[in-house]
Design a protein around this ligand. Structure first.
Ligand code: ACO
Length: 153
């Protein structure tokens, strides 16, 4: 899918409504958003999908958040965002791109692995230790964060 995805200017409006589809609270988002680059796909002059790149070190960048408007999910946009993130990270000279998701996030794990990401770590107890209330997805309480990575070079 060929979509126009642009980087949000530093004074641009942060699309919290979309970011909250992928993260539980505004406080959690605010821990990384101002130190990150935010990329947006617009439909009808409104943000319809977003991903967020956070530099971990000179070699490694993390997709901290990726989300597609609920009405537009399941049409290949998420896949296009991942491809765009991988392309930009490669151009920017990173060697690895990583992404983390919950142990019950079946759809996301499916998508990321189809896009060439491989599991390399499990952060035990992440969703228990870092969030005040239990989080459920697909009827499964999220406990561990599954970390996946893709080598770029
Ligand atoms: N069940 C299982 N897998 C599915 C389903 C489903 N219902 N729908 C999509 N997928 C998987 C499949 O692998 C699919 O590939 P296929 O078409 O070959 O079967 C793949 O996803 C591609 O689907 P897209 O249409 O590109 O995905 P979409 O545009 O819906 O975006 C996303 C995926 C970003 C996860 C979206 O659904 C979303 O915004 N969800 C809510 C927010 C979220 O959970 N974000 C990720 C949290 S982790 C993080 O942000 C780091």
């Amino acid at each position: 899918m060929n979509l126009e995805i642009r980087r949000l200017r530093k004074d641009g409006r942060i699309p919290y409504d979309l970011l909250l589809l992928a993260d539980e609270t505004i406080e959690a988002i605010d821990r990384y958003i101002l130190q990150s680059e935010v990329y947006i796909l617009e439909r009808d002059h409104k943000a319809a999908a977003v991903y967020v790149l956070y530099t971990l070190d000179a070699d490694c960048v993390e997709i901290k958040n990726i989300a597609v408007d609920e009405k537009l999910q399941g049409q290949g946009i998420g896949r296009s965002l991942l491809e765009d993130a991988t392309r930009r990270a490669t151009i920017d000279g990173y060697k690895t791109i990583i992404i983390g998701t919950g142990d019950g996030s079946i759809r996301q794990l499916d998508l990321y692995q189809k896009e060439g990401f491989e599991i390399f770590d499990i952060r035990k107890g992440f969703f228990i230790d870092n969030y005040p209330a239990p989080i459920y997805e697909n009827g499964i309480q999220l406990r561990d964060m599954i970390m996946l990575r893709k080598q770029l070079t």
